[in-house]
Write a protein that binds this ligand. Structure first.
Ligand code: INI
Length: 175
């Protein structure tokens, strides 16, 4: 049996991209601060190891995150934004699309794409999660470090793996 788990200190040579939605900038900016703080405290050089991509709102995050993940230039992509319900049905569309898009970007590329988009009922909740009670940006950074480290282990496993059983296609009576 083997147990694999990402660590938070596997930062040598790590490359990260952060995609930030400018809409509700007051909140998104605080998430970014928390995220940068956590990365720096875990040994990531914010100038040389992290690239930043600003988009107008959370709805635009997935298309950029997908391209960045697909480029294979990054060990993880962190998506930050804030979708606040307010009084308009716009919330439902934006929240649903950004969640689906980020999941698809990750799944289709094999690169961890972190869902760091707050979806809250009101501004008060968003403020609490962006620094007043805790800063979720910190947590998203830790998720990225852990997943980047785990995926490095998974990649190493895949390249060193030797199957103990022949593939079905290699069996003598395979057609
Ligand atoms: N974008 C957000 O990031 N948060 C929101 O709360 C939000 N609301 O509620 O409207 C929002 N809308 C903008 C959207 O992300 C796009 O930028 C826009 O629709 C253009 O495509």
């Amino acid at each position: 049996m083997a147990i694999f788990e990402g660590t938070f200190t596997d930062v040598e040579g790590l490359r990260l991209a952060i995609v930030i939605g400018r809409f509700n900038d007051l909140i998104a900016g605080k998430l970014l601060e928390g995220c940068r703080d956590a990365l720096q405290r875990h040994g990531v050089n914010l100038e040389t190891q992290v690239d930043y991509f600003w988009v107008p709102g959370s709805f635009e995050i997935p298309v950029v995150a997908h391209q960045l993940a697909q480029s294979q230039r990054y060990d993880a992509v962190i998506c930050l934004g804030a979708v606040i319900r307010g009084d308009t049905p716009h919330f439902e569309y934006v929240a649903a699309e950004v969640a689906k898009g980020i999941a698809a970007a990750s799944f289709q590329t094999g690169v961890p794409v972190i869902f760091g988009v707050l979806t809250t009922d009101n501004l008060q909740q968003a403020i609490e999660r962006a620094g007043v009670k805790s800063n979720k940006g910190w947590e998203y950074a830790m998720n990225a470090l852990e997943m980047a480290s785990l995926m490095r282990q998974v990649r190493a496993l895949r390249t060193s793996y030797t199957p103990s059983l022949p593939r079905v296609a290699d069996l003598p009576d395979a057609r």
